[in-house]
Design a protein around this ligand. Structure first.
Ligand SMILES: [Fe+2]
Ligand SMILES: [Fe+2]
Length: 172
């Protein structure tokens, strides 16, 4: 009697032949997950700390972004699991966003705007790399990352607009 086994997949991210590449991708998705989680922490702090009239627009925008970045982290976590990976525990977290630490003066909104721009640029760079890595191999992760990339490009554009205004007024 022959034992029925599930036919193995020949192509795509879940195939046996792509095991090594899949594991490399899971590593990238974990890094992206931590980037999103750190961004949530940094944006919460920087949406509460700033003082002054000029800060209100920044605070409102960051408030909205926090929910989006949290959503990105959840999407990344779910995808890691779908690829047979494990969503890491908090002890694996290492902070990297030196540029998003609270400024010495709480009215220094330009510092926050520049920090957000740097964080968004870092995400855009890295997510483009993931999208390229997924090409012809994992279209589902690629599709997800393209959507997330679009959000990050939107965030970047919004904060670049804030910086332009501060520069035009001689504040930056
Ligand atoms: Fe994000
Ligand atoms: Fe973002």
């Amino acid at each position: 009697m022959t034992v029925a086994t599930a036919p193995s997949l020949d192509r795509g991210v879940l195939s046996e032949g792509n095991k090594a590449k899949r594991e490399e991708l899971i590593g990238m998705l974990k890094k992206a997950y931590w980037m999103e989680m750190e961004t949530v922490m940094s944006y919460i702090a920087n949406s509460v700390n700033p003082d002054g009239v000029r800060a209100q627009e920044i605070i409102e925008s960051l408030d909205e972004d926090i929910q989006e970045e949290l959503g990105h982290a959840q999407e990344l976590a779910r995808r890691i699991k779908e690829l047979w990976g494990l969503v890491p525990g908090s002890l694996e977290f290492k902070a990297e966003q030196v540029y998003l630490q609270p400024p010495s003066r709480q009215t220094d909104v330009v510092h926050v705007v520049r920090g957000v721009i740097e964080a968004e640029k870092g995400a855009i760079e890295f997510y483009n790399r993931i999208i390229e890595f997924c090409d012809g191999f994992d279209f589902v992760t690629q599709d997800m990352m393209i959507e997330i990339l679009r959000d990050e490009e939107g965030h970047l554009r919004l904060f670049e607009g804030f910086l332009r205004e501060f520069e035009a007024e001689g504040r930056a």
